[in-house]
Design a protein around this ligand. Sequence first.
Ligand SMILES: *Cc1c(COP(=O)(O)O)cnc(C)c1O
Length: 504
Amino acid sequence: MERELSQRLGDWSPEELEAAGQEVLELIRDYFAHLEERPVVAQIPARELQALLAEPLPEESVPFAQTLAETKANIVPNLTHWNHPNWFAYFSAVSSGPGILADTVISALNANAMLWKTSPAASALEQVILRWLAEMLGYDPAADGVLINGASLATFYALAAAREALGLNIREEGIAGRDLPVLRVYCTEHAHSSIDKAVIALGIGLKNLVKIPGDGQHRMRPDLLAEAVQADLARGYKPFACVAVTGTTSTGALDPLAAIGRVCEEHGLWLHVDAAYGGFYNLVPEVRAQVDDLNVADSIVANPHKVLFTPLEVTVLYSRRKGELAAAFSLVPEYLRTAPQDGTVNYMDFSLQLGRSFRALKLWWVIRSFGRKGIEARMAEHLRMARTLEANVKAHPDFVRISESVYPLVCVKAFPRDLQAEYASAPPERRCEIAAYLDRLNAEVLERVNAGGHQFISHTVLRDEGYILRVSIGGLRTRAEHAAALWERLQAEVRAADEALRIC
Ligand SMILES: *Cc1c(COP(=O)(O)O)cnc(C)c1O
């Protein structure tokens, strides 16, 4: 079959598409069959990769077989593999069979879910998915909701709605040249950088994002939030929003939502909950029992593309403050006016996005394929692996466990036993020396673990604990043996790094 499109107009015939599709499926099958043999992180230097891919704009049709061959040869081997079973860095974001195939169908149908009329079944299915996801999170299923392309934008939209809800009419009059109060937003230093970016984009200013200190477990201290709000009120500022996190990026900390909610309620602050990572772990009863009721949130974001085995990009944003997202973002030009019909929703009304892909379909396929119980079972397994690793770390004399998380994120620090013993009674200068050495040691361990490409972990730096290692377990293909191998590797690299660094 031809499939070259060189001698004619139009697209592949349906038969050509199917034949090419078989070859693509073979590529995907091979990819997963041999994924574990590949390094997790691409090993090629950037310049070499750029040179490998540099080519002029093709004037003529390139045979698809050649494009496929080059995809296999040049693209796939030079990626960092998020689906890899030995991925333990950042947070996992994995795709699953049903999600992968749904993306193909989404592209085939190419439904634009901006208005009900432009995509009735896509909009109706989005309503269903929004109810399901709300049930999974434990958030009000009657809340306004929308599927969008990332938690960072969701937080921006939520804070924009919160700003509009102040009644300062910023939507109409803007912020420049007006006599407006200084707007203040609160979160901890462990909240995600997307909050900083949102206050930049909303004209609130980074210096008006107040970082509330955390407790020993890096959770926001509600008493200090209340103090900060009162101090700001006394200065004539306008506190208007607080972002609490269930599952912070650094350590998986869980901000105390109920207590924060009471402070927000007392002072009329909009509470946005960033549940991008942690939210869907509420499917697991042992987690849910430790998380305060999410319904204190005026708005909440969670990431199916992080924890629900659904390919990028799909995030869910809800607000139980009905109408506020639309008040911020709904704007219907004449050419998009449609006759309202009972029960319909125009999803373009809830964000800045107009053209929207049919994201609900992949969630529908994924959730139906695994079932709620299937998703819960996989999450429970990730939690089991994390708890096993934690127990190993606790029992080992050359490691300390840093922060406790209800999620499958384990934060550890290599701390050789002789230094632990010395540290306890060391004078301040010696303590500083030891702390500096531990930072170097742990950075070296990270380098060594990641260097071979067999495993991939990440790090963070905390104010009190310094440089620490993060092991996040959430891959669909990660099994207990992978986590066990990582633990062996960590021990070996700590011994090797300690030996290498202490000699000098
Ligand atoms: C991943 C993450 C984000 C950012 O999510 P994107 O979808 O990549 O924008 C924000 N907050 C938290 C807590 C996260 O874990």
